[in-house]
Structure formats: C-alpha cells, structure tokens
Write a protein that binds this ligand. Structure first.
Ligand code: SAH
Length: 219
C-alpha cells in the first residue's frame, strides 16, 4: 500500500478513537477502511490540490463546494452499516468521491447534485474510473429519488435546517439516514436516524460537524 494511503488511514483511525466518546465507535469496519484505501482521492480533487489529496482535510472542488474530510466520509459510511445487496441514496454528489466509496460496498448508489456542472463532471469521472453502479442525477435532492425508492440507506452531505420529509418517506424499514442538521454558519450536528423493521424512527446525535448548506432548487 502506498505510504500516503497508509498515513491517511492512520489519521482516520486516530480521529475515530479521539471522537469515540461522542460517536459511540472507536474504530470503523474493515470493509469501510478497505474502501477508503481503494478509492484514489487525488482523482476527485482539482489539479491544483492533487498534492493535498491525501491529507485529512476538506478541499475546494469549485462552485464554493468542498470534498469532505476523509475521516468524516469514513464515519458517515460506517454509520450506514451497509450490506452488499443494498441500494443507497446520496444527496450532494459534489466530486463523486463519497459515491465512489459507497459503490464499492453496495449494489447501487443513486446520487443527486443540484449544480449541473458538478453533476456532469462527477458523472464523467465516475464512468472513466469504472464506478458503473453509481447513478447521478441533477436535481434538488431534498425531494429524494422517488422512482428508485425505497433505499436501505440515505446519506446527505450538505447541512439541512431540518430533515427533508421526502427522505424519511423513502427510507426502507431497517434503513439508516445520516444527515448533518443545523444552520449555515452555526452549530451543526451529524444525526443518525434509524427506521425499525416495524417502521418507527429513532434519532441520535453523533458529532459536531461543519458542512456546506443544503440549498433549494437545481442550477
Ligand atoms: N459528497 C461530496 C461533497 C459534497 S459538498 C463529495 O464526496 O465530493 C455538498 C454538495 O451538495 C455540493 O456539491 C452542493 O452543490 C450539493 N447540494 C447542496 N444542496 C443540494 C440539494 N438540495 N440537492 C442536491 N445537492 C445539493
């Protein structure tokens, strides 16, 4: 394994231990760490940030958006507790990096991005890199993807003031929704919502986070 990948995995593991009291997990599953090792993050950042691709930080991807910090990607992926036959919905495709991680763990990934230029470049990048089980759509993700619902897991990578109701409607029994909730510049909390097999919802706060905002409409 390349030195820089080993180093970033070490930093993710250290952050997992450091935040364990809040997140309730002091390490992430092997399959999540393997996916983090397998996806080349330098392919998902603009050329001028290639050298920083394997640092444990968010990076700009244009249009005032960012690719999330690797530790946060690993945490959110781990919280989904995926299984190979599952179908996952992501809101906020951005660079396509989180979608690529998920695509190695589940059968199909449906990802929605409101900015047409980002959606198109992520779609092309994922095709070129061979992530053929990721389906990208340009739309307002707050509405979800009703034609493909229900989903075993839903992950939102932009902060919402409250959980969009359509996403709860599209979460299958036994499913998990991971979403940052809070104001634009104010405190945000990563939330984990679980729908029991009987259909009841249970919500838990996982960690203080800082995400770009979930915005209405497509552009
Ligand atoms: N998951 C991405 C990073 C996401 S940054 C990655 O791995 O690179 C958050 C993204 O959410 C931005 O690209 C932003 O344009 C998008 N976004 C914000 N509001 C949205 C909405 N309502 N529907 C879909 N995408 C949205």
């Amino acid at each position: 394994m390349k030195t820089e990948i080993r180093r970033i995995l070490g930093e993710i593991a250290a952050d997992a231990r450091f935040t364990a009291a809040e997140t309730g997990r002091d390490s992430f599953s092997d399959k999540v760490m393997k996916a983090m090792a397998a996806v080349a993050r330098d392919q998902f950042v603009p050329d001028e940030y290639r050298l920083e691709a394997y640092t444990n930080r968010p990076l700009p991807i244009g249009h005032q958006q960012t690719i999330s910090q690797p530790f946060i990607v690993a945490l959110m992926t781990d919280l989904l507790e995926t299984a190979p036959e599952q179908r996952i919905l992501e809101i906020g495709t951005g660079s396509g990096y989180q979608a690529a991680i998920l695509s190695r763990l589940v059968k199909d990934v449906y990802s929605i991005e409101r900015l047409a230029e980002l959606a198109e470049s992520a779609r092309q990048r994922l095709q070129t890199l061979g992530y053929h089980n990721v389906h990208v759509r340009c739309d307002d993700g707050s509405e979800g993807w009703p034609e493909a619902a229900p989903f075993d897991g839903i992950i939102v990578t932009a902060a919402a003031s409250e959980i969009p109701a359509p996403l709860l409607d599209q979460l299958a029994p036994g499913g998990r929704l991971v979403i940052p909730i809070g104001r634009r510049w104010g405190p945000q909390e990563l939330k984990l919502i679980r729908r029991s097999p009987a259909g009841d919802l249970e919500t838990r706060s996982v960690l203080r986070v800082a995400f770009v905002p979930l915005l209405p409409g497509k552009v």
